[in-house]
Design a protein around this ligand. Sequence first.
Ligand SMILES: C[S@@+](CC[C@H](N)C(=O)[O-])C[C@H]1O[C@@H](n2cnc3c(N)ncnc32)[C@H](O)[C@@H]1O
Ligand code: SF4
Length: 368
Amino acid sequence: MTPGASHLYAHLPFCASRCGYCAFVVEVGALDRRDAYAAALRAELAAESGRLGPLETVYLGGGTPTLMRPHRLRGLLEDLAPRLAPGAEVSIEANPETVDGDQLRELRALGITRVSLGAQSFQPHLLAALDRAATPAQVRRAVACAQDAGFASVSVDLLFGVPGQTPQDLEADLAAVTGLGVDHVSWYELEIKPGTALERMGAEPPDEDRAADAYERVVEGLEAAGFRWYETANFARPGHECRHSLAYWSAADYLGIGVGAVSTAGGVRWRNAAGVDRYIAALDAGEAPRRETETLDADTRRRERWMLGLRVDRDLDIGWAGAPDHPEALERLEAGGLVRRSGSRIALTRRGRFIQNAVLQELMEYAS
Ligand SMILES: C[S@@+](CC[C@H](N)C(=O)[O-])C[C@H]1O[C@@H](n2cnc3c(N)ncnc32)[C@H](O)[C@@H]1O
Ligand code: SF4
């Protein structure tokens, strides 16, 4: 029998409005459903609990989980408490304008150990371009409150490749974030996603050279400030890597609960449908939420192990992952200084990491 999953994701979809770049499963104008949703989440957790082993990590993501307010998360966190392994990481995503010192202290007291604050930028014109509600001052205050509340790790999310972002803006964001004393930074390249306001406005991503320059500056700037570039878009002070994300990248099993949440366990993946009302109705009726289920064949799992495994600055064991689609490319990539190998273990070199997608395309058939 497959051992139970050690990682749980819970999706809290409520947002005050939808940011122009966001394509996540989000529910706007439904704040009156928060109590019913919290109850439904607990019901889904209870129904699925047989799939769980002791939990090493829990991640409350969104949406805007902090719009639930601590009292609506209490029940779920109480249900989870006896399932947590000693030293478990319990993360929450927080929008800076939705938290204050009292709430953050309450979340800490409820067992949350790690807070990830969505800053995206510290430049007012970029925040406006992204439809962000928080001002730079609110972001700074939220970080300070989270630090005072005593979480084990405080993280900040940022974006590069934002329309209108100049190299000077990027330097200013680097200076701002490295001045905060946070433990972890996620710095993503903005994707212009289909169906978003940004796409409808005809926003264009920066050209490849400018994006590559920006990425290089992000990595250099954060490394110079003492962060380790431990994953494509993630940087941590020693001991502050996000263990939940590391579990995804090592293709571990995980259970996801809530609308739009994905689970992967025992070679099967399922995704709950979007739509809070239908989710609540199903759980109220004692039924499972609407889901799409897919069996992961050996090839899919092998490709995922490569795609995820090469994101992190750890060796990938080919014995575990399986051979790449084009094993002959390995020698070429090694000779070109993009990959290094030691026996059955392989990792991207620093140069390889900057062009990870190109390297993957050499190795695998369907890498994106
Ligand atoms: C799931 S979002 C939710 C977090 C929170 N609601 C917020 O807005 O800060 C988590 C992170 O994904 C990143 N993200 C969202 N949309 C993105 C996009 N289109 N391209 C790149 N990163 C994106 C942002 O950095 C965001 O902080
Ligand atoms: S970016 Fe965050 S706050 Fe904005 S709509 Fe998406 S989930 Fe909500």
